[in-house]
Ligand binder design. Sequence first.
Ligand SMILES: Nc1ncnc2c1ncn2[C@@H]1O[C@H](COP(=O)(O)OP(=O)(O)OP(=O)(O)O)[C@@H](O)[C@H]1O
Length: 286
Amino acid sequence: MDILLEQVEYRYAANSPFEKKAVEEVSFKIPEGQCTAIIGHTGSGKSTLLLHLNALLKPTSGSVKIGDRTVKSGRKEKDLKPIREKVGIVFQFPEQQLFEETVMKDICYGPMNFGVSEKEAKKRAAYWLKEVGMPEDVLEKSPFDLSGGQMRRVAIAGVLAMEPEVLVLDEPTAGLDPRGRREMMEMFYRLHKERGITLVLVTHSMEDAARYADKVVVMHKGRKVHEAPPRELFSDAERLSEWGLGIPEVVKFQRMLEAKSGKTFPKVCLTMDELAEMLKQGGGLS
Ligand SMILES: Nc1ncnc2c1ncn2[C@@H]1O[C@H](COP(=O)(O)OP(=O)(O)OP(=O)(O)O)[C@@H](O)[C@H]1O
C-alpha cells in the first residue's frame, strides 16, 4: 500500500486568531515496502505531517491517499478504522501511553479495539512480545515494573500486534542510550526487511536516515525542501546546514580522510562498515 501526499497544507486552529500554518504544499510518495525517512529541524512540520499518514489529521487543503482511500478537506470521512488499522504509529516515548495492569492487557488493547478476538489478541501478544526481544514471562507483569527500554518495547509490541502494513516511527529511539538505539533500529529494520512492512522514520538522527532509509524527505519551515536517496543527499552534505541539520559522522570522517589524502572516494559511504570495507579494498581512491 502506497501513501501519496499531494499539496498537503495544514493550519492549526484554522480560521481563528490563533491560526498557525504548520505544513504547506507538501507532496511526496511513501512507496510500499520501502523505508522513507523524514528529517528536519525542530518545528519544521514533521510531526504534523505524520499525523496525516493515518488520518489523525485531515489536510486543510490538498489530499492524502492512503491505499485506496483519499482523505481531503471539506469531505466527511466514513469509518477511518481501516486506515488506522493499516497504518500504525509509534509516537515519541510510547511507553508513556501504557496504562493497563499487565503487559498482556496492554498489548491486546489495540487489536481488540479493532475487533480482533481476545483469543487471537493473546496469541498475537505472545508472538509480538518475543519479536521485540522480550521474554514471555513478562506478559503477566505490570508494565510499570519494567525498565524504560522494556516498557518501550512493550508499547511497540502493542502497535505491531495490530499487524499494520505501514509502521510510522516518530523518533523511536529518543532518550535511549547508543546501544539501545542501535538495537531498537535494528529490530525495526529486520521487521521491515523480513516482512516487507513499509517504514516511515521521523528522525533527528542523520545516522539513522543514512543507514536505514531508501529515501529521505527533508522538511524545512513547513515545506518539503528536498527528497533524495541518502547517498545523493549526503553527497552534498554542506547543504544540510542551510536547513539546520548536521552532517552524519561517517560522512564527516570520509571528508577528513579525503582531505588528508587529497583524493576523493568514488562514492559517499553511509556507514562506518561501508567505509571500512572501502578502505580494506585499497581505499577505492581515485
Ligand atoms: N497543536 C498545535 N497548535 C498550534 N501550533 C502547533 C501545534 N503543534 C505544532 N504547532 C506548530 O506547527 C509547527 C510544526 O510543528 P511540528 O511539531 O509538526 O514540527 P516538528 O518538525 O515535528 O518538530 P519537532 O522536531 O520538535 O517534533 C511549529 O511551528 C509548531 O509550533
